[in-house]
Structure formats: structure tokens, C-alpha cells
Write a protein that binds this ligand. Sequence first.
Ligand SMILES: Cc1cc2nc3c(=O)[nH]c(=O)nc-3n(C[C@H](O)[C@H](O)[C@H](O)COP(=O)(O)O)c2cc1C
Length: 219
Amino acid sequence: MTSDSLRDRLRALPAFGGDLPVIDPHTAPADPLALLIDWLESAIAFPVAQPHAMALATADQAGVPSNRTLLLKDVTAGGLWFATMSSSPKGLELAENPRAAAVLYWREQSRQVRVSGSVELGPREVSDLDFLQRHPKARATAIAANQSSPIFSEAQYEAAVGSALARVHDTPGLVPESWNAYVLKPDSIEFWQATRHREQQRLRYDKTDGEWMRTLLWP
Ligand SMILES: Cc1cc2nc3c(=O)[nH]c(=O)nc-3n(C[C@H](O)[C@H](O)[C@H](O)COP(=O)(O)O)c2cc1C
């Protein structure tokens, strides 16, 4: 292996550093969603680039996992909200196995949040509002076809998106039934913080009998 092998260059990259925040487990709120909102506010203010970019892992009934990035749309007492097409591969997986695991990684703050729990469809009005706030072109692609289905011809793709865009302009309130807001209702949330001294702090909340229990984890 040469000194400038990809392996060596990856090994040499800095992972964590800078002036990092710390977790104070003694003052952490009893509700992890309150702590997540605090962390999100801090990430937005920092500013962390795209703190709402969230990896969401799902699995089919056989347990075969898949993962992709989605935008976190809201955090409420109910959980973490995202939106997608229920006819997409992830939507079909969630229909047969309504559980998911999410990760938010904020490089600038060396922070990670891991969430796992059950997933439910949100109310129609939340889905509609989310869809209507999307760019018209993004609405047109969702109206034209199912997400992740193969494109067999670029000309056919352009024509389908073009006619869907015309429908969006003619009927601005048009929302496909397959666009859905979902809520990830956590039963476990872990807050992870790297420190300047290469230690890591981990605070996990687990829901047991409706109550949140807090545990510090060995790094
Ligand atoms: C930063 C970022 C944000 C994204 N946000 C969304 C989103 O909010 N909803 C969505 O359906 N896809 C979003 N995507 C696209 C997904 O990663 C994915 O390609 C798409 O949803 C198809 O996933 P599936 O085939 O697993 O169903 C986003 C991608 C990136 C990189």
C-alpha cells in the first residue's frame, strides 16, 4: 500500500474538532423531544449546513434494510415529521413494516442524534400543506410518476413532467394522494457529542411504559 493510498488519506482526515458544545446530563430535560428541539435550534443558529437533512432507514418484512436522506419537516410532541410518496420504495416498506431509524449528523458541532420508533401516516391536511409548499417543478415530478420508478425514455420523462407542470399551474391546489406526511414516533433517542479531548458523550432516552428513562452510554 502506498503512502498516499485512499486508505491512508481517509485515515488522515480530521474527524472532530473545534470549539464544541457539551452535554450536561444533569440539566438535560426529561423529554428527549425537548432536547432535540434545543439541539436543532442550536444547529440552526450555529449555523450547521442543512441540519434538517436526516438519514431514514426502513426495512421490508424480510428485514432487508434501505436508507436514504430526507428533510426533517418538524418536531412536535408526537415525534419527527417527514414527507414522501407512499408509493415510493420507502413508502411501501413503511406500509408493510411501520418502523424506522433516523440519524441527524451535524458536522460543524460534532453531534449526532439517533432516533428509532414506529412510523404513522400524518393527517391529510399536513400532507397537503407540505406538498403545496414545494416548488412547482418538484410538485410536477411527484404528480407525473411514482418516485424511484425507472425512466425508460428521457423524452417521455420531459413530456410527463411538462404536462404535470401544466396541471400544477392550472390547478394550484392539486395534491396527489400518494404524497404523505409521516411521523416517526420515537421509542429511543440517543444524543451523541464529540469533545475536544477525543472523548464522546452519549445520552440515550428509552421509552418504557410511557415514561422516558435516561442512560449514559460508554463511548
Ligand atoms: C438532502 C436531501 C433531502 C431529501 N429530501 C427528501 C424528502 O424530503 N422527501 C423525499 O421523498 N425524498 C427526499 N430526498 C430524496 C431521497 O433521498 C430519495 O432519493 C427518494 O426519496 C427515493 O427514496 P426511496 O427509493 O428509498 O423511496 C432527499 C435527498 C437529499 C439528498
